[in-house]
Design a protein. Structure first.
Length: 952
């Protein structure tokens, strides 16, 4: 049975140092049949560790009913990681965040009386204990420390992002979770991702983020000198949000520079994500820093491996650095954590008057097993970003070209010229062991990998490479094109390539292959597109050229080795086919005439009505109200309400693209029927409002705006934030609000409530009414808060915002808050006297469908519809991609499996981005017979213009 220890440099298994080069692959976002291929792609990218979260809501969809089968078979996923020869970091939560609905927590928790999430609450902790025990039963024999063969699980993460300064609460909550993990048999070291806000004794404090990593990790080394530094959440990109077309993938150069900062600080990292995958079904959540930002079905996030499983623009550049870090793990695991010198910050370079950065920045990381000099190229961002369009074709940047060069001065006085080309960062390796008897003294090329006695280096095309092994200097030209240069020097087979060539280099346990796309799980090379053959060099240095129908063996020398073959002709696969579309309407629901409606006593959230995800139909029989045109608002409702009054569509109220805060209705003095299709668009994935309800859980009000004068600044006693409510994120114990409060006054002389809305603002704080704290708000603002008659005074009332954060309130802040705050006066809750009924949203039976809607006659605009067609998958191995042109917003399924949400346009036809393609896993399609594609479109749009293609 192995033992795991750690010190200020690295982790150790039975005394052998281990260096983590990790990446996240969420098994919950990848079909089971693709797990092995995605893990193999990570290994090809130079990773040696896979991090994955366990999503509680998937494994316990109903209280007490656990599911670890099929796509939920976390044990099988971990076993695949082990088979690949990699480590695993497991994140059982219970809260994992990560853009999942409710942060991965099961929504049935919200129905338990007196339960509070993510805190030392007895009902919540009891549920956590049962869940952790169930997970541990699946994987506890797959730990590195398990008896016998053991497994790949190296670390366990406790919770995620618990950043509240309440030490007592942290001890009673996080400490209890840690105890559950240990008692369940999970014995490997535990880590946290709390950025030093909180931790449990014995846990390793990890870091998260993307910016200022060199400085942050140096600071981490000073405050945690006995712990290794691990960026457990290196955020490669941002999750897509419906309606936000400005978010895009980060430039590859930026990602590589930040990763190099981590390594230069002696830190390990975990790419989050390496492969993002897809938010299948209703699993995508809602961003916690905005009121109406809901995550897309794609979880790509600009990951090195995109959601189709293809290399993205960042794959090649990231792979070069990751392969270097994992193949030279001995060097990094022995870096001196206290050996950092004074350096210029890599992000502080200044531009000259010509617009060119003054000079590169060199950061030297010394250690007992060698050292590395990282040279940050200030010109590289624009150059690599400009070349990124080519990166998909060749796996990364290619030729060198004009750029910076630096002259390094070595300890013995030797000078070493280094050409940077267009690489964002170059690394030079010193005094590193290559084989048992050979040492690389220095090189001006970037090291890629070492295998046996084969050393692979790369540099700018056409540049002069310099290296010294065992004191013997060698100069070699970096090839501009063609084949790599292979030289045997001091018993080491040195292979020199340019960046494009190194991106077509792959390693197995026995050989290095040049001119290939990768290797499979058996170590066999995978030919590159239009391949002319490949070069294989074994770990012992034996070379062989493989070309079409022939093999040629030869020895290494100073000459280049050519490989040629006829281009491979690829026959495109047969395209998929779509059959005719049948439609089943929802006119009976919209008219309030469906027999599936059942009476309810009044407003109720979707969870309490048995609809944890998706939609629900509410029917309100209004008894008549003030005739005329009014604005109707449901302050206690989420997230989107499609409304019909007497069968006529009146709008979408709520959040997200195409929705408004209230809807205009024409009321009559006689009874009317209001039907609402309420959508749960995804709960918060984190933040302070995690437990917000969905559906219609409060009455509808007829509202009119209240005019407000600009706020006055009033000084008052600060409010202790955590004394008001705990936990609150990013708030320290004893932290109080700014004594200067923006204050609004308004007259309220009528009966009824006042509704308050606060648009997203870059601050957080506490809302006060007449001096009494009402609720906490964060950057997502307040969607709607109902200030009822019990809280309001007849006459003058005051509203104040007690703000947290840096003190000092400016006129700019005042103007911003003036625009953000809205008050509406209720003229009456018109639904209080209504008769309420509810019907579950569910797919109709086969008999309900008719071709082109013939079952129900002409399709009425604005009425939701179900559509169904047969799909023939066609040939090929890749997934199908749906072009949803012509649709609006809704859901789609294949063979009864929920693929996920789509959002193409709002009800008025306005396009909604950013997602344009929707992936259907081929493994979910039937083989040899047609599959069934089912679509629910919220506005009844026809899918006649939809198209399917194969993504290979």
């Amino acid at each position: 049975m192995a033992s795991i220890t750690y010190d200020g440099q690295s982790f150790l298994i039975d005394g052998r140092r281990v260096w983590i080069v990790g990446g996240a692959i969420h098994y919950a976002r990848v079909p089971r049949e693709q797990w092995g291929a995605r893990i193999q792609a990570a290994k090809h990218a130079g990773l040696n560790t896979i991090e994955t979260p366990v999503i509680w809501s998937r494994h316990e969809p109903r209280q007490g009913q656990f599911d670890f089968s099929g796509d939920n078979d976390v044990r099988y996923f971990v076993q695949l990681v082990h088979q690949a020869g990699m480590f695993c970091i497991l994140r059982p939560g219970p809260f994992v965040g990560g853009a999942y609905d409710l942060g991965g927590l099961p929504p049935w928790l919200l129905s338990i009386n007196n339960l509070q999430l993510r805190t030392a609450n007895a009902p919540f902790l009891e549920a956590c204990s049962r869940y952790i025990t169930a997970v541990a039963q699946q994987v506890r024999d797959l730990q590195v420390t398990s008896p016998g063969a053991g497994g790949p699980i190296l670390l366990i993460q406790n919770e995620a992002g618990w950043t509240c300064g309440d030490d007592g609460l942290a001890h009673s909550y996080l400490g209890e979770l840690n105890r559950y993990l240990r008692e369940a048999g999970l014995t490997v070291p535990t880590i946290n991702a709390n950025d030093l806000w909180q931790g449990v004794e014995g846990e390793i404090d990890c870091w998260t983020g993307f910016d200022n990593l060199l400085a942050n990790l140096r600071q981490l080394a000073s405050v945690r000198p006995d712990q290794p530094r691990l960026v457990i959440d290196f955020r490669v990109g941002e999750h897509g949000v419906w309606g936000d077309t400005e978010r895009g993938p980060r430039p590859p150069a930026m990602i590589v520079r930040k990763l190099a900062e981590v390594l230069a600080a002696g830190g390990q990292f975990n790419l989050n994500p390496f492969h993002g995958g897809t938010n299948f079904g209703f699993s995508a959540g809602r961003e916690s820093t905005a009121v109406d930002s809901f995550y897309t079905a794609s979880a790509d996030q600009g990951a090195p491996l995109d959601d189709l499983g293809h290399p993205s623009a960042s794959f090649g550049p990231v792979r070069r650095l990751c392969t270097f870090a994992s193949r030279f793990a001995r060097v990094f695991a022995n870096l001196e954590p206290s050996g950092h010198g004074v350096v210029q910050h890599p992000g502080s370079v200044q531009l000259t008057t010509a617009g060119r950065a003054a000079s590169p920045v060199v950061v030297h990381a010394p250690g007992s097993a060698g050292s590395v000099a990282f040279i940050f190229n200030p010109d590289a961002d624009a150059q690599v970003a400009g070349a990124s369009s080519k990166s998909r074709a060749n796996g990364g940047g290619g030729s060198g070209g004009p750029g910076h060069s630096v002259m390094l001065l070595l300890p013995d006085g030797t000078t070493l010229p280094v050409e940077l080309g267009n690489e964002p960062v170059t690394w030079c390796l010193f005094n590193a062991r290559v084989t048992g008897r050979t040492q690389l003294d220095y090189t001006n090329l970037s090291a890629f990998a070492v295998l046996g006695r084969v050393l692979v280096l790369y540099g700018p095309a056409g540049s002069k490479g310099i290296l010294s092994i065992n004191g013997s200097r060698l100069e070699v030209d970096v090839p501009r094109d063609g084949e790599p240069t292979v030289v045997e020097h001091e018993g080491v087979v040195v292979v020199v390539t340019n960046a494009a060539q190194v991106d077509q280099t792959a390693l197995s346990d026995e050989a290095v292959f040049f001119g290939v796309r990768g290797v499979d799980s058996a170590g066999n090379p995978i030919s590159a597109a239009a391949s002319k053959g490949y070069l294989r060099i074994s770990a012992t240095g034996e070379s062989r050229v493989q070309r079409a129908g022939a093999e040629k063996s030869h020895k290494s020398s100073n000459s280049k080795k050519k490989a040629s073959a006829a281009p491979v002709t690829v026959t495109p696969p047969a395209p998929p086919k779509l059959g005719h579309w049948d439609m089943a309407g929802t006119a009976d629901y919209v008219a309030g005439q469906s027999p599936r409606y059942a009476s309810i006593t009044g407003p109720a959230d979707l969870d309490s009505l048995g609809a944890a995800y998706g939609y629900g139909w509410y029917k309100l029989r209004l008894k008549g109200g003030p005739a005329g045109r009014h604005h109707l608002m449901f302050p206690k409702a989420a997230h989107r309400l499609h409304a019909w009054l007497d069968g006529e569509f009146v709008g979408v109220a709520g959040m997200g693209p195409g929705a408004t805060a209230d809807i205009a209705v024409s009321l009559k003095s006689k009874p009317q029927t209001l039907v609402v299709l309420a959508e749960n668009f995804g709960r918060f994935t984190g933040g302070s409002n995690l437990a917000q309800k969905t559906g219609v859980y409060g009455h509808g009000h007829l509202v009119t705006p209240l005019k407000l004068a600009p706020p006055k600044l009033v000084t008052a006693d600060p409010v202790d934030a955590l004394a008001f409510r705990s936990p609150l994120w990013q708030v320290q114990r004893g932290e109080a609000t700014d004594p200067v409060r923006p204050t609004w006054t308004f007259q309220h002389r009528k009966k009824g409530s006042v509704l308050l809305r606060l648009a997203p603002v870059p601050v957080c704080g506490i809302l006060l009414l007449n001096g009494e704290p009402v609720q906490f708000f964060d950057q997502s603002g307040i969607w709607a808060s109902e200030l009822d008659e019990l809280r309001l005074s007849r006459g003058m009332n005051t509203i104040q915002l007690a703000l947290l954060g840096p003190s000092g309130f400016s006129e700019a802040h005042s103007a911003e808050l003036t625009k953000a705050l809205t008050l509406l006066e209720s003229k009456g809750a018109i639904t209080e006297s209504a008769e309420w009924a509810f019907a579950k949203w569910e797919a109709p039976g086969m008999s309900a469908y008719g071709r082109g809607g013939k079952k129900e006659g002409p399709i009425k605009p604005g009425i939701p519809a179900w559509w169904r067609a047969e799909v023939w998958a066609g040939e090929g191995h890749g997934p199908l991609v749906l072009d949803a042109t012509g649709l609006s917003k809704g859901q789609f399924y294949v063979n009864g499996r929920h693929i996920g949400r789509y959002f193409v346009s709002s009800d008025n036809g306005k396009p909604v981005g950013p997602q344009t393609r929707y992936i259907i896993p081929r493994q979910w399609l039937r083989s040899g017979e047609p599959s069934e594609l089912t679509i629910f479109d919220e506005h009844g749009n026809s899918p006649a213009k939809c198209r399917l293609t194969v993504a290979e």
